[in-house]
Ligand binder design. Sequence first.
Ligand code: PRP
Length: 215
Amino acid sequence: MRDAHSEFPNLHLFDHPLIQHKMTALRDRETSFRAFRAVMAQLAGLMVYEVTRSFPAVSVEVQTPLEKTTGLSIKASITVVPVLRAGLGMAEGVLEIMPEARVGHLGLLRDERTLLPVHYLSKLPRNLSAGPVILVDPMLATGGSAASASGMLRAAGARDIRMICIVAAPEGVRHMLEEHPDVPIYAAALDRGLDERGFIVPGLGDAGDRLFGTL
Ligand code: PRP
């Protein structure tokens, strides 16, 4: 994990070799959709470890088979919110690590012509203010979807939002910095930019299609 990026104070990039190794597998066009799905879940699980580092933990008493001792326990109610569809591939890995988390779903589809997000589903747990909300979406391209999702979470009461994505474009990080400067973004890669179709380059292609075999 590196400190906040020099140009983007809202961006934290992972430089861990294991994360970079898996990132390369996702970029590889020869990776099958089954392998892609497995690696994306693993990558999200590794990333959440760092994202949750600052979660408040309280001291609790625990009885071991031998004696009483104290330990730490995270009491806050954590919510994981995947942006459909591609965020589902990451949520799976995050929930492996934090099976007790609540899950909210946001359905957003990027219009291929305007590149603007079209909202088609919101199903969020009540009381989002009860704890941190982890927004997951592998791609941060123009940032329209992430900004819209953050706005919806905010409107639903979320106070502590953190985003995990796999690959980000500078355009998307800038968009988030302007609209939601208080949402830290954790990413495995900051790529060069967007092509004429709004795809992140070099990127990894369309994450949703590669995850679900809808290419
Ligand atoms: C992709 C991706 C993000 C969005 C990023 O979803 O998963 O949600 O585009 O683009 P943006 O930053 O420019 O908004 P897509 O619309 O392809 O939907 P899908 O996951 O259902 O395929």
